[in-house]
Each structure stands twice: as C-alpha cells, then as structure tokens.
Write a protein that binds this ligand. Structure first.
Ligand code: UDP
Length: 325
C-alpha cells in the first residue's frame, strides 16, 4: 500500500469518488462519515477492498478523529454541510459542522503535523460580481438575516483558521475553493441544480429554473475535482495557499436547462420560479460565478478534462440507472 489518507465525509459524493481514485492508484483510505448527507450506498463497491476502511462517526468525536488523524499520512477534509437547500433548512447544524467540526480537524492535523486539504467553497465570494473570480478578490457577504451567508462565512472562517495554523506552525494545509461540482451519485435532495433538472427532464416533470435563469455558473465533473484535490496535496509548494477548483465553460441556468432537455430528449416544460417563491425563505442568489483557475494550473498543471456535454450525459445516465435500481 502507498500512503494512507483519511477522508472526512468519505461516504459523500466527492469523498466516495476520491476514495475510489486513491485506492486505484494504490493508496489506502479511511473514510469517516456520519451518514448525515453521505451514504453507505456511495461506497458499497469499496467496502470489501482490503485498503479501504469505512469508519462510521462524526468529526465532532474527538477521540475517534484524533486516533484516525494520528494513523494517516494525509487528511482530506470534506465533511461539511452541503447544498443550499440543506443549509437553509439546517442553519445551526451547518454552522456547527463547518466551524466547530473543522476546528477539531485542523487542531488534530496541526498536532500530528499531517498535511490536510481543506474543502472550501466558491460560496465565500458571495455577491462579488467580478468574473473570472481570483483567489484574492474580496469576499462580499450579504446580510446576516439571509441564512445562506452563514455558510459563506463559516467556510471563510475555516480558511482563516487553516491559514492561521499554517502561519503559526508552518502547518501543511492547502485550501481548495470548489465551484459547482457535479457527477454520478450526487443527490438531488439538497437543492443542486444539475441532478434536479436531470431528474425533472427524465421524468417529464416541469424543469424548475429559479429567477429568469440568466444567472451563470460553471460545472466541474467530480473526476476532475478529485484530480485537482490529489494534485494539490501531491505538490507541497501549494501548502499555505488558496486555490479555485472549477470548470471553465460558463453557462446560464436557462441554457443549462435547455441543454439537459435536449440531451435527455425530454418534452418537459421549463418553468421559471420567482426567487421569492424559492425555498420559502428570503433567498438570495449569485448572478454569476466563474473561477479563474490559472493559479491551480500553474501550481499543478491541472486542466479540467470533461466538458459540459459529457458531464450532462454522465449525470443523465446515472440518474436513469438510479431510477431503474
Ligand atoms: N437553481 C435552479 N433550479 C433548481 C436549483 C437551482 O434554477 O432547481 C439555480 C440556483 O438558483 C442557482 C444555480 O441554479 O442560480 C445553481 O444552484 P445550486 O444550488 O446547484 O448551486 P449554487 O451555485 O447556488 O451554490
């Protein structure tokens, strides 16, 4: 076996893909997951592998966490509240996981001097309107009465903590700001647009586009995101730095819905839902979110390989498989 990695959130969408990839290259994986949004189904194919161990439990359990960090060579910290819908429905639990949970992970990584990848989010840019977004652009966070921004703030605080540890102890931490990451096994239950629109297109239901659909995003296939995470940890020159991790093809949500509908050969109607009808909350959206990934490319040679048509095809095939299963 090569190196042993602890993946917090290892039964989640990204965690399970990362585990597969690490095992395929000969590394060992401990996957810690409390199955709040992750699921054993995601790692069913890995459970019998000798170099894989699933550890049910929470990052809040310091004894378990400390023991695992102590026995691994690298830590990938993915355990976090996930999805706008989930965060709006569980604001307090999301803050606690993202702040208190991450504080514990970083504290043990610093104590045992284990290199850690911290999964942050493009959400930290908040309402910043620049495009493409660079790592040192200002984070423009909205009012505290809109609970979505608690997620942005909690991830920003995670970054501050990791950087503070790094500066104090030369602690090996690298931060990736993940932009919209999609692919097989991503749940539609937490609000993410691509699996939701794919399900709606397949089942002939109206495809729900929020606002007028002119807001834009880029989408990264999870295989590319996992490659970026591994490369960042493989390059010690990245430690103490923040990197955007995302795709380069900008698309409006309206155009995305049309493309999914065409690729699915679906007759679904595209239904526009006014923002004040979304989630029954005082919801705020970002009009545009596009990463500048030059810093990541320069440090690691990373370039996303899977384009949007292939991403949509892969998600549609996965959703169809799941419906049959
Ligand atoms: N969205 C949408 N319909 C949906 C779910 C999301 O139009 O059923 C929009 C959402 O308002 C946002 C974009 O799709 O503009 C991406 O949403 P998601 O929650 O996937 O990620 P975000 O980028 O907002 O974190």
């Amino acid at each position: 076996m090569g190196q042993r990695y602890l993946i917090t959130g290892g039964a989640g969408f990204i965690g399970s893909h990362l585990a597969e990839r690490l095992l395929a290259r000969g590394d060992g994986v401990y996957a810690l997951d409390d199955e709040s949004t992750g699921s054993r189904n995601n790692i069913a194919a890995l459970l019998e592998k000798p170099d894989f161990r699933f550890v049910p439990g929470s990052i809040m359990d310091e004894d378990k966490l400390g023991q695992l960090v102590g026995t691994c060579h690298f830590v990938v910290h993915l355990a976090a509240a996930v999805g706008v819908k989930y965060i709006l429905e569980n604001p307090l639990a999301s803050i606690m996981t993202n702040v208190a949970g991450t504080e514990r992970v970083l504290r043990y990584c610093a104590r045992y001097e284990k290199p850690v990848f911290l999964a942050s989010s493009s959400e930290v840019y908040g309402l910043q309107t620049r495009a493409p977004l660079k790592e040192d652009d200002f984070c423009v966070i909205g009012a505290t009465s809109v609970s979505r921004w608690s997620y942005a703030c909690s991830k920003a605080l995670d970054e501050f903590m990791a950087l503070a540890y790094h500066h104090k102890k030369a602690f090996p931490a690298v931060i990736g700001r993940l932009f919209n990451t999609v692919g097989p096994r991503q749940s539609a239950a937490y609000g993410m647009v691509l699996p939701r629109l794919a399900d709606q297109a397949i089942s002939g239901q109206p495809m729900t586009v929020y606002g007028d659909g002119s807001q834009t995003r880029t989408f990264t296939h999870v295989t590319d995101a996992v490659e970026a995470i591994i490369r960042l940890l493989d390059h010690p020159a990245t430690w103490g730095q923040v990197y955007n991790v995302g795709g380069t093809e900008e698309i409006s949500i309206r155009a995305l819905a049309e493309r999914i509908r065409t690729q699915a050969a679906s007759q679904s109607e595209i239904r526009f839902i006014a923002y004040d009808q979304v989630y029954n909350h005082n919801f705020q959206d970002m009009p545009r979110r596009v990463p500048d990934i030059r810093k990541l490319r320069q440090a690691t040679g990373f370039q996303p390989r899977i384009g949007l048509d292939a991403i949509i095809a892969d998600v549609l095939a996965d959703r169809r498989r799941q419906r049959r299963g």
